[in-house]
Design a protein around this ligand. Sequence first.
Ligand code: CA
Length: 229
Amino acid sequence: MRVLLVEDDAALAAGVCTALRPDGYAVDRVGDGELALQSLRREDYELVLLDLGLPRRDGLDVLRQMRAAGARVPVLILTARDATADRIAGLDAGADDYLVKPFDVDELKARMRALLRRSQGRPQPQLEHRGVRLDPATQTVSLHARVVALSRREFALLHELLVQPGRVMTREQLEGLIYGWGEEVESNAIEVHVHHLRRKLYPALIRTVRGIGYVIDRDGAGVPAREVP
Ligand code: CA
């Protein structure tokens, strides 16, 4: 899940990045409103965490501009305590939720999961597909009710593929979703993660679409669930 964090308080931003990365989020951080708009034009994000008091262009302005440009990405605003007027203005300008600083990172993560579920049109918190169950809240994956240990990148990659079965994702798209700016990506990283996922779960789970990328087929295609070992 690719996330843009717009926050000028460097210590707070570093804390949020550190808290989110183990959960498989690829977090890009910018410290002012102009850079936020540039990043939003250039990259596809699944969620934006937006501080309101920002240098160069304030958060409300960023929000209004991005909504005016048609961006539908969920936005969670981060506001100072007691700034009720800001929260109301933020929600009216197109924010989806807000959190008051200082906040608990576990609450931040829960609100992010709720927003992502909503934007994916998914009422249930877990993702399930042919014996595989992924729980974003507990960061666990199981196969036929047995927990399978995955690395954080494997988890993130599986999550991206499970969110929309039937959608073929290119290697470049997957790299973009599971690695943030400045994170080193080996040229065969995605193939290696897919290889590990097939081995730890089962080979037919992820199908290679030759010359294009990878897909988890919708139910009804590929191998029936009962044939899964
Ligand atoms: Ca600020």
